[in-house]
Write a new protein. Structure first.
Length: 105
């Protein structure tokens, strides 16, 4: 009685097979802010164009998929939790020194 679970079962729950609802909201907010900044700022200078495009670029990088994680945002969240939370390792194995001294009295 072996069960075969396809590798892409979670992709069926995602929008376009890649994005969660939160990812699309972040991406669309970044695009909206970029369009507003493009309409407000004068584009004669390169620095103003870069500043206007920065929200869309940063939001696109956050929702970009990476191997072994859902996207860059999930990778950053996992890295933050790994380095900020305390890790407790419970010993459940055996020790050579404990075994060798256990029988000797």
């Amino acid at each position: 009685m072996d069960y075969l679970i396809p590798a892409n079962t979670k992709r069926g729950k995602l929008i376009f097979g890649l994005f969660r609802t939160v990812d699309l909201i972040i991406f669309l907010c970044g695009l909206a802010v970029t369009f507003i900044l493009l309409a407000i700022f004068p584009m004669e200078e390169t620095i103003m164009a870069v500043l206007a495009l920065a929200p869309a670029l940063s939001c696109t990088l956050l929702v970009a998929p990476v191997p072994h994680y859902h996207n860059v945002m999930c990778l950053i969240a996992d890295m933050y939790s790994f380095y900020s939370e305390r890790r407790c390792f419970i010993w459940k194995g055996w020790c050579f020194v404990y075994e060798s001294t256990k029988g000797k009295k």
